[in-house]
Design a binder for this molecule. Sequence first.
Ligand SMILES: Cc1cc2nc3c(=O)[nH]c(=O)nc-3n(C[C@H](O)[C@H](O)[C@H](O)COP(=O)(O)O)c2cc1C
Length: 217
Amino acid sequence: MDSLNRHEDYGQESLDETHLLADPIEQFKQWLVDAEEAGIYEPNAFVLGTVDEQNQSRSRTVLLKGVDERGFFFATNYLSRKGEAVAANPSVSAAFGWYSMYRQVLIQGFAERVDPSESDDYHSSRPHDSQVAAWSSHQSQPIDNRTALDAQFAAALERFENTDVPRPDYWGGYRIVATRIEFWKGRSNRMHDRIEFVRTRDADGKFSEWHVQRLQP
Ligand SMILES: Cc1cc2nc3c(=O)[nH]c(=O)nc-3n(C[C@H](O)[C@H](O)[C@H](O)COP(=O)(O)O)c2cc1C
């Protein structure tokens, strides 16, 4: 396990308040495109953090499937552990790590279910067998063995053979509405650059402007 004793130098390229776009979501899009162009595997993968009803935190990887001024869209099973956690506590975090670029984006905010029509649109865009998989897995529930899981998938494939697969009502999208977005750039000697955008939301749900601050590494 050589990696445990390695001390990488994260380079000189800097991250300056004046170089970042004023809108952090636009800035995020630019970094995502940079990660795509750099050939990073699954550049849209991020670690989603939730807190459940018992105040237990849990992280897992999911794929970003959309981003616009409203926030960050991903799709999953609403009855999964993450779905149950979000129902109890909508506070979530997202961590994108593009390590070979010495870049990280950390997001905090809350998750809300997207409009069912948006989930329908995304479901329709998926390959047939992925749509079937949404029917054949009760995500996060225990199952006896692989054979039983394969049997569930086979049964669903047969059920939807030569027909359109409707979206299960327990499967769909969430949008992470961000209140904090931090851009992190690794620098030499662990003197990294961290620029954080923060906004608040008033009782009517109206957001303030983004406030920008530099954080110590
Ligand atoms: C690269 C990668 C991408 C993944 N993308 C998704 C996804 O978009 N949606 C999803 O529900 N699970 C995705 N998963 C699986 C989740 O990490 C997780 O196992 C699953 O959602 C169940 O999580 P939960 O029990 O905490 O709800 C992905 C896993 C990996 C490694």
